[in-house]
Design a protein around this ligand. Structure first.
Ligand SMILES: Cc1cc2nc3c(=O)[nH]c(=O)nc-3n(C[C@H](O)[C@H](O)[C@H](O)COP(=O)(O)O)c2cc1C
Length: 183
């Protein structure tokens, strides 16, 4: 079987985003078992149904990239105990029109990091709920990462051995399920 094409969606537009850094570290951790594609969401306009007649180019680019992926990996901060607006906006664009909902049937892994002890747990629960309604197959298990300045080493890899082992197990389960579903 060819490598799984995984769309990586980071729920932060911040230049120094710790979630982008975590996503990059995860991609390196998994190695060549998947083909990652980082899909930008910060160029999408705010969802407005009036734009449906002639969807902006950035929206078409975005939905095509998601549709072309075998599976999706979300790495996102939590904003006020929910998913960030920039991410919800992207999901809304992808959910319409209903018969071209790009989220349906995609195997999804969710993780994220924040400096707080709960490490994005509540935001991830909201994201899981939204994607579930849209027909994504969000894998079981949880991967909440409490951010500390030494989470990543100088090369940008996960520094702590037990965190590395934990995340690798999460990604192994994800890739195994995605491979079964994609066939
Ligand atoms: C609008 C806003 C809301 C936030 N709400 C939460 C929150 O609910 N829980 C949390 O752990 N951190 C919260 N934070 C702090 C973020 O975890 C922190 O800014 C983190 O660096 C964001 O991830 P990023 O660097 O990938 O953008 C919030 C930050 C912002 C800007």
């Amino acid at each position: 079987m060819s490598k799984l094409k995984v769309a990586v969606i980071v729920g932060s537009s911040r230049r120094e985003s710790i979630n982008r850094k975590l996503a990059e570290a995860l991609v390196r951790l998994v190695g060549d078992r998947m083909e990652p594609h980082f899909v930008p969401i910060d160029d999408l306009p705010m969802y407005n149904q009036d734009l449906e007649g002639a969807r902006p180019q950035a929206v078409n680019r975005f939905t095509q990239q998601i549709a072309a992926a075998d599976a999706l990996l979300f790495v996102t901060p939590e904003h006020n105990r929910s998913l960030p607006a920039v991410l919800k906006n992207a999901i809304d664009w992808g959910s319409k029109p209903m018969d071209r909902n790009v989220w349906k049937g995609k195997v999804v892994a969710i993780t994220g990091t924040s400096p707080s002890a709960i490490g994005t747990a509540v935001g991830q629960q909201h994201l899981r709920q939204v994607l579930g309604i849209l027909g994504s197959l969000v894998i079981g298990g949880e991967a909440y990462i409490s951010f500390k300045p030494d989470l990543m080493d100088e090369a940008g890899d996960i520094a702590n051995a037990s965190t590395r082992t934990f995340l690798l197990a999460y990604m192994d389960a994800y890739l195994a399920l995605a491979a079964k579903v994609v066939g």
